[in-house]
Write a protein that binds this ligand. Sequence first.
Ligand code: CO
Length: 207
Amino acid sequence: MNISDVFERNKKWVASKLEVDENFFSDLSKGQKPELLYIGCSDSRVTAEELMGVKPGEAFVHRNIANMVISIDLNVMSVLNYAVNHLEVNHVVVCGHYGCGGVKAAMDAADLGILNPWLRNIRDVYRIHSDELRPLNEEDKYRRLVELNVEEQCINLIKTAAVQQAYKKRNLIVHGWVFDIHTGELIDLKIDFNEKLKNIMEIYSLD
Ligand code: CO
């Protein structure tokens, strides 16, 4: 990839948008009212907007290695609070993907320096679910850990005051999805949000 081509491609993109709708950018500049916060992986192959088929303005997006929701990560917590409290999104999605390098790295014994504390959160997911994961073969274990990691990050969302209050106030819903990088299919893990919420509120309720 030649980096200067980016600007040529941008010019073509602007022209293509204006060709369809001459007000495209003036409308965009008026503000945003997305319905959805998408928290996904930084993986270059898992492009949030493209895989969901959404247009600019429709999804508020946060991406990090292995789509993690960590309570002391100021970045994800700021995005979450802004999206839920100010933009008032009604859906928060955690989207993982099969073939996730971050999840794979957490399954291997290796010192990855600054990544160690980040990946340790995925190792914690493995530990919580080790009875289910241990008997599986490597490939199944890898796929299942991707799914369980999504589920645990959804639970981490439910532990936040922002999500608990928005649920009470306007029925905000948390969703867990997986993108299958081998087929392009987006899979809804159908996590029972109400049940998860009920199960953890005894310990994590903040109001
Ligand atoms: Co990934």
